[in-house]
Write a protein that binds this ligand. Sequence first.
Ligand code: NAD
Ligand code: ZN
Ligand code: ZN
Length: 370
Amino acid sequence: MKTKAAILREAGKDFEVTELDLDPPKAGEVLIRYVAAGLCHSDEHLRHGDIVPRFPMVGGHEGAGIIEEVGAGVTRLAPGDHVVCSFVPVCGHCRWCSTGKSNLCDLGATVLDGCLPDGTYRFHQDGVDLGGMCMLGTFSERAVISEHSAIKVDDDLPLDKVVLVGCGVPTGFGSAVHAAATEPGDTIAIYGIGGVGINSVQGAALAGARHVVAIDPLANKREMAQRLGATHTCATAEEAQDLIAQLTCGVGADKAIVTVDVVTADVVTHAFNAIRKGGTVVVTSLADPTKVTIQLSGALLTLFEKRIQGSLFGSGDPFHDIPRMIELYRSGHLKLDELITQTYSLEQINQGYRDLLDGKNIRGVIRYDS
Ligand SMILES: NC(=O)c1ccc[n+]([C@@H]2O[C@H](COP(=O)([O-])OP(=O)(O)OC[C@H]3O[C@@H](n4cnc5c(N)ncnc54)[C@H](O)[C@@H]3O)[C@@H](O)[C@H]2O)c1
Ligand SMILES: [Zn+2]
Ligand SMILES: [Zn+2]
């Protein structure tokens, strides 16, 4: 079958919307018709060239849609099922999956190749294979994905809203709740309030933090942070450092979470200096993997017993956390509708990423019906 998709052919070039051939699902795979796809900064890393995938690649790793066909052996999903995709596949039985760390599943090894778990590709154009970002390729009307990437959700949920629960929400929320282990009474500093960071704000507030300090140079981001649980906002890390010192009588924040667009040694150093003895800096943001983006005094790390903790998918378990986030959305504890500041058609994808870079959106979303 044919599908229209937004693809990247090389680093530094815009997305190209083009028609691809799509194979039917093989064993353990499903054909999905995407209803919506979120515009996360991680795809912008590929477009920009910070992170280099196998090209050409179908972009998009935040997606929700409806299953249209299932391959041999798929019993957990059926045509007509509504699903949210997890940007990390979960096999359920590798060392990491079987020890409660399924966000680190071994199937994640090829997410930047975008092939299916059997090592082959379902998207093609003129004899060339294309992978899908994170094994998903949500910037396509349809895709064939592994059953390990799809979590069934209730039919009545608005897929164009719960799509955010495929990446930005569990990543940000879990960075605060799992990786930072926010406790009631904590002071939490969050650097960067985009589609990920705003959910760290929500997570920290729900976990009972007394002070949630949201740091972002952009006023619209700080306003949204305040609406969704931040107790204080700052435009700069320096301002935050002074404020945190005041709020904690000079002790420092319990935890700091780095969710800026591109992680730098500078922002990690600010976060490290803002935390107390025994505190934790959670690094969720990505950057060019060949660059050194953490440069700290080892002596201070030792003497103050500070911790630096990386976090992938909010350090949670996708098959547990995605349904959990949806329950919190239903009960009104977690806001999703408010996070979607603009919707786009697939053809408008480059405008969507320009808006992301211009800081206009909390999260932009492609809707395939628009
Ligand atoms: N670890 C994971 O599992 C995971 C998952 C998804 C995204 N990410 C990464 O998380 C990062 C954030 O993604 P996003 O989609 O929220 O990006 P975004 O572009 O929507 O938001 C980034 C925000 O950071 C702000 N910012 C930039 N420099 C800053 C600074 N020095 N101090 C404070 N704020 C600053 C920007 O104004 C913007 O509001 C990206 O690097 C992305 O690749 C990681
Ligand atoms: Zn993402
Ligand atoms: Zn696994």
